[in-house]
Design a protein around this ligand. Structure first.
Ligand code: ADP
Length: 160
């Protein structure tokens, strides 16, 4: 059984994240989405809301599970007995940060490796923060998000 862990803020999950999940599911039997709870940041959606939304998006896929976590990613990975971390790459701009995190995590836990999936070109510019900004001004974000997430975002900002 090949397992992998895809950690992220997912605030909220976008079609870009979903694309990475699909690619990872072709390579791994089981994928855990780890939703980061960072007490230093104020997210738009609480960790519980993000978990509920992601579960809704993947409700027909029993090979995908969703958990929240706090603290070090490698500690959560060890606790889940998963030694492969999945991350997504959009453009060169993601590389520096991802490189630093992957090598730091390897230093902290040598058994853990990070694998990267390149997003579909249509999502290469997409990020949760851009989606949040557009939605804040009541812009149309349907093209960027799974339907339940889009509905939740409209509700959050109070528009139909
Ligand atoms: P984090 O705060 O951990 O970066 P994000 O939810 O922003 O959390 O991103 C989680 C992972 O998903 C990162 O590896 C990021 O590069 C990747 N990702 C985000 N948006 C996209 C996208 N549009 N296409 C592919 N990968 C993406």
């Amino acid at each position: 059984m090949k397992k992998a862990l895809y950690p992220g803020s997912f605030d909220p999950i976008t079609n870009g994240h979903v694309d990475i999940v699909k690619r990872a599911c072709r390579q791994f039997d089981q994928l855990i989405l780890g939703v980061i709870h960072n007490p230093a940041k104020t997210p738009l959606f609480s960790v519980e809301e993000r978990i509920t939304l992601i579960r809704e998006v993947f409700k027909d896929q029993p090979n995908i599970t969703v958990e929240g976590f706090q603290g070090l990613l490698v500690d959560f990975a060890k606790q889940q007995e998963v030694f492969t971390i999945v991350r997504g790459l959009r453009a060169v701009s993601d590389f520096d940060y991802e490189f630093q995190m992957a090598l730091t995590n390897r230093e902290l836990c040598p058994e853990v490796d990070t694998v990267f999936f390149m997003t579909d070109i249509q999502y290469a510019y997409l990020s949760s923060s851009v989606v949040r900004q557009v939605a804040q001004y009541k812009g149309d974000v349907r093209a960027f998000l799974p339907a339940p997430v889009e509905a939740a975002l409209r509700k959050k900002f109070g528009y139909e």
